[in-house]
Design a protein around this ligand. Structure first.
Ligand SMILES: [Zn+2]
Length: 345
């Protein structure tokens, strides 16, 4: 069946889709209403066009969101592809960096107001960063539109890091697609929830998945992969002040190393070698990449420890905590023989 699907995609869009899309997105769409099934075709085409270097462009005036050109094209689309836009935002010192795909979604929110989502996709991190800088430093527009003067400022949000595995940075198109086509919540909300370690939805659905740490299945179950990508790991906490280009492997490595310099390497001399460990991978010990990258957390993974050393170290700490715990009462609570409180409490 899987082979057949691959052949089908090759025939329709000229390339195969990453395996996770079958389980990650197509399956979910097929479980949904008939309406959802009709968007599968659109989604499949969309997957093949996405790249991990994305910018969301905001700040469009209402007048442009609702209007169309004489040819029936969306006004915003016509602006994005016009020569002037290219000169201003995709050209610098005779170098040209045009997006490889432009995504525009128009819809009405529950109050009936027209909304738009505009995303530019680039082939490289460099092209994305250059466009980001040019749009964000532009001083704004003052255009005449139907006898009115429209003043507006465009700006970009960079959510590229929210479409990739926080461990190995593998691009995950199914998450990317959900993030952008999700009209209930804006990407900003997901970013907020990822930053604060909470979720926007307790249901087992996409909105829940998007507000978790995004980890690909290979990294989730592989001790070796977690070790290999230790310095590439991404935690919003470490990057929230917006150092440089957060998606570049160099930047991640630099921040992860510089954080570790303030922490002494754990002493492994008295840590025993266990025949059997409780957990399969380093991630299983703390349950969160955020914890492993937080130098004040008990699950901090010092980069100079290998994956095996880290696991032994954590195993030992866990066992010591259990050994030192208070014995349990008959009612399964720690013994309640407290020392007396001082009189003047
Ligand atoms: Zn991964």
């Amino acid at each position: 069946m899987y082979k057949l699907l691959c052949q089908l995609f090759l025939a329709v869009i000229g390339q195969n889709l990453p395996e996770e899309i079958f389980e990650g997105t197509l399956y979910w769409l097929l479980q949904g209403k008939r309406k959802d099934r009709s968007v599968i075709d659109l989604n499949v085409k969309q997957f093949s066009l996405m790249t991990p270097y994305q910018l969301q462009v905001v700040g469009w005036p209402k007048e442009y969101i609702v209007s169309k050109t004489k040819k029936g094209r969306s006004k915003i689309h016509s602006i994005l592809i016009c020569e002037k836009f290219r000169q201003m935002f995709h050209t610098h010192k005779e170098e040209i960096f045009i997006p490889c795909h432009r995504y525009i979604k128009l819809w009405k929110d529950t109050s009936g107001e027209e909304q738009v989502r505009v995303i530019l996709y680039f082939n490289s991190l460099k092209d994305k960063e250059k466009t980001k800088k040019l749009i964000n430093t532009h001083s704004g527009f003052k255009n005449i539109y139907e006898d009115k003067i429209l003043k507006y400022n465009l700006a970009v949000y960079d959510y590229s890091h929210m479409c990739s595995c926080v461990i190995c940075s593998k691009f995950m198109p199914s998450y990317s697609e959900r993030l952008q086509t999700n009209i209930i919540y804006d990407a900003m909300i997901f970013e907020h929830h990822q930053n604060h370690g909470t979720t926007v939805s307790n249901k087992d659905n996409w909105n829940h998945l998007l507000s978790q740490e995004l980890i690909c299945v290979e990294c989730l179950y592989s001790k070796e992969r977690q070790g290999k990508y230790r310095l590439n790991m991404y935690s919003p906490d470490n990057f929230k002040y917006g150092y440089g280009t957060i998606n570049s492997p160099e930047e991640r490595e630099r921040i992860n190393i510089s954080n570790s310099l303030e922490v002494e390497k754990p002493d492994m001399i008295n840590i025993p070698k266990y025949d059997k460990l409780t957990w399969m991978t380093p991630l299983d010990y703390g349950g969160s990449v955020r914890f492993m990258l937080d130098k004040y957390n008990m699950f901090y993974w010092h980069p100079s420890l290998t994956e095996d050393e880290y696991m032994r170290y954590q195993e030992c700490k866990t066992l010591r905590i259990i050994e030192n715990a208070d014995p349990l009462d008959d009612d399964d609570y720690p013994s309640d023989e407290y020392e007396e409180y001082p009189e003047d409490y």
